[in-house]
Design a protein around this ligand. Structure first.
Ligand SMILES: [Fe+2]
Length: 430
């Protein structure tokens, strides 16, 4: 089993050192909040509906672009998904070049090959058609081409000196919200360690939420990615860096997921549900762009790195436990969210914040159960938990402004519960 984050071992979070860790983490959270106020973050122009792809292409053409680099993956290309865009570009006599080499968790080699092809074809704009991996890779290609540099030089905060090549995104899943965010993740070719590039200039110019493109998504992917949306929204809502603005997007996303994810899961052809989930994913992205995420993502990233659990499913596995540990610190905020989104028992609006928060958490558990998301984490070993807890604690301290900071023992307690639930599920199935 690979151990993805040795840097985390530099953190010792016992005793007095834990107090030091908390001080550093809280200071970083304040710096991130100041960053989000000082550095303006652009919003993509948003087109929604079954003609949104054409509207996005019209914008690209009206802005004077004449040779488009289309970034996608081989599966989507084989299914003919880019045709909706390429047929329209043909109609408008706009040239294009398709690169379908994006893989899940794209590496620098994958991004560099896209960059090479875009530069060689002298493309002046990029359309990404795909899920989070495709959009992240397209962001890196666009930024590297715009800055005439290699993708590795963009890793870190505000590394670009010039704007990216004009970037337009058509998400095919309702999950990451990457078409709204200022970051992109690329994996190292050998170690598969993930590297992050953050720059407001990475936010795409426009995004098209086309429910017809999303209707082919299999139900288990709909479930996993939908819970990713819910997690973005809930973590942004509970963040110490939440604002009036991020609350609006987070609450809207939570309401849509609770209402429309079960419908999109049961009937992939329900275009209304697909559209609402696509917009919810976008709103979730806007919310966490500024407010950040929390322990669900920090632990889920490790479940992905150690045990290969897909991102959305890992979130679904971790989310209820983190809601439980956040309950005390976040009960007032969760009660407010429940009231805004209608997640309260009828006639029980007068209950205490703790009771209302408990009811919201119960509904999140019920939603996850209704989507039949597999809680199995194969190969999970208690001997990994020290390293996982340290890596998750480091991710939180480096990046997020959580409502309550957990000790390594508390993180390991969550991991133990996940392991037990996984073993129970395997036992019940066997
Ligand atoms: Fe996520």
């Amino acid at each position: 089993m690979k151990h993805p984050n040795r840097l985390s071992q530099l953190i010792n979070t016992n005793g007095l050192q834990h107090a030091g860790y908390l001080a550093v983490a809280k200071t970083r959270a304040k710096v991130l909040k100041a960053f989000s106020y000082v550095v303006p973050i652009r919003r993509p122009m948003l087109f929604v509906g079954e003609t949104s792809c054409e509207e996005l292409c019209d914008m690209l053409i009206n802005e004077g672009n004449a040779h488009v680099f289309i970034v996608t993956d081989a599966v989507l290309n084989k299914l003919g998904i880019p045709a909706k865009v390429t047929d329209y570009l043909d109609e408008k006599n706009i040239r294009y070049h398709i690169y379908d080499g994006i893989t899940p968790d794209p590496t620098f080699a994958v991004v560099k090959e896209g960059l090479r092809q875009s530069v060689a074809a002298k493309c002046d704009s990029i359309i990404a058609i795909g899920g989070g991996s495709v959009i992240d890779a397209a962001k890196m290609i666009a930024m590297a081409q715009g800055n005439k540099c290699q993708p590795e030089q963009l890793i870190g905060l505000l590394k670009a000196k010039k704007p990216s090549v004009p970037l337009y995104c058509i998400p095919t899943t309702a999950g990451t919200g990457s078409e709204a965010t200022l970051g992109a993740v690329v994996s190292d070719d050998k170690t598969h360690q993930k590297a992050l590039s953050i720059d407001p200039r990475m936010v795409p110019l426009a995004a098209a939420i086309d429910p017809a493109i999303m209707q082919g998504m299999p139900s288990h992917i709909t479930a996993d990615t939908g819970i990713d949306v819910l997690t973005h929204a809930l973590e942004a809502w509970m963040s110490a860096n939440a604002s009036v603005e991020t609350d609006y997007y987070a609450a809207s996303a939570v309401k849509s997921v609770m209402q429309y994810l079960p419908l999109a899961y049961q009937d992939g052809g329900n275009l209304k549900a697909r559209k609402e989930m696509g917009v919810a994913a976008h709103y979730g992205g806007i919310a966490f762009n500024k407010a950040g995420l929390g322990y669900v993502h920090a632990i889920a990233h490790q479940l992905g790195a150690y045990y290969g659990i897909p991102h959305g499913r890992a979130n679904a596995i971790v989310l209820p436990y983190v809601l439980d540990v956040n309950r005390q610190a976040s009960k007032k905020r969760l009660a407010k969210l429940a009231k805004q989104t209608g997640m309260i028992r009828q006639g029980n609006a007068g209950n205490s914040d703790a009771e209302i928060a408990d009811h919201l958490i119960a509904q999140v558990r019920d939603l996850i159960a209704s989507l039949h998301i597999d809680p199995t984490v194969k190969g999970m070993q208690s001997s990994d938990f020290d390293d996982i807890a340290k890596a998750a604690a480091k991710e939180v301290s480096d990046t997020y402004a959580v409502p309550t900071y957990l000790s390594p023992a508390e993180i390991k307690d969550i991991l133990t519960k996940i392991k037990h639930a996984s073993e129970q599920h395997i036992g019940a199935a066997g």
